[in-house]
Design a protein around this ligand. Structure first.
Ligand code: MN
Length: 242
């Protein structure tokens, strides 16, 4: 009998050439899940229906990083600095968000993941932080992705503050987009000094539903707090399984 929970990680898209085209997930996600007692599997995106079928075998879901969200899903035209988008992936992940919330499946949303979580629930995004935020700090660090580059302030009493054990934390930063208007069913629980949203939680929590704008999977092997985020998430997935 399988004892470990299956953690589905949504895939990004890569096309090297006509012979190499498919899904991509950074190896740090697999390592962080496995190190905390989960079985990582990669979810390709095909269509909405297949995404939900794939998801039905998962005990938890990680919405991973990747392409910008197509602004059509939050009612906007593209900003000149919008990056590459894949509407099919967006549709699949929006369906996953609704499935997870309806079925109380734990969800950890990372980087693009927190953005699609917000869009799926009716929020909007800043399409390009440097051109849309007043006096922004640097959110696209040029140092290695495993290193921290800026501070975040976490709301006292939030689930995230409990997991991190501190209210002022150092994070890495590899994003040029962020949440603008937060969805009605989410609340902002962390911000950077320039006011950019760095984490949200679901306001009707029945299970683990946290979204973070940084990449904890690339810090978890060196930073116990970041590893704890995966530890708490996977523990929630075990509860669902039992
Ligand atoms: Mn950041």
């Amino acid at each position: 009998m399988r004892k470990k929970p299956i953690i589905g990680i949504t895939g990004a898209y890569v096309k090297h050439n006509n012979y190499m085209e498919g899904v991509y997930v950074h190896h740090d996600y697999h390592k962080s899940v496995a190190a905390n007692g989960g079985i990582p599997i990669i979810l390709p995106f095909l269509n909405k229906e297949m995404s939900v079928e794939m998801f039905s075998i998962c005990d938890g879901i990680i919405l991973s990083g990747g392409e910008d969200v197509d602004p059509q899903f939050y009612g906007q035209d593209p900003h000149p600095h919008l990056g590459p988008t894949i509407a099919e992936r967006d549709r699949a992940e929006i369906a996953l968000v609704h499935y997870a919330l309806e079925h109380d499946v734990p969800m950890l949303a990372i980087c693009r993941g927190v953005q699609i979580l917000n869009v799926a629930l009716g929020g909007t995004l800043l399409q390009d932080i440097p051109s849309q935020v007043n006096e922004p700090i640097q959110h696209t660090q040029s140092i290695d992705r495993s290193h921290d580059s800026h501070w975040i302030m976490i709301e006292k009493g939030s689930q995230l503050a409990q997991i991190m054990g501190e209210e002022r934390v150092r994070v890495n930063s590899l994003h040029h987009q962020a949440i603008d208007t937060v969805a009605p069913d989410l609340r902002i629980v962390a911000k950077s000094a320039d006011g950019v949203t760095e984490a949200v939680e679901y306001i009707h929590p029945t299970t683990f539903t946290i979204g973070v704008q940084w990449h904890p999977e690339s810090m978890s092997s060196t930073t116990p707090q970041m590893n704890n985020l995966f530890g708490q998430f996977i523990q929630s997935c075990m509860k669902l399984k039992s």
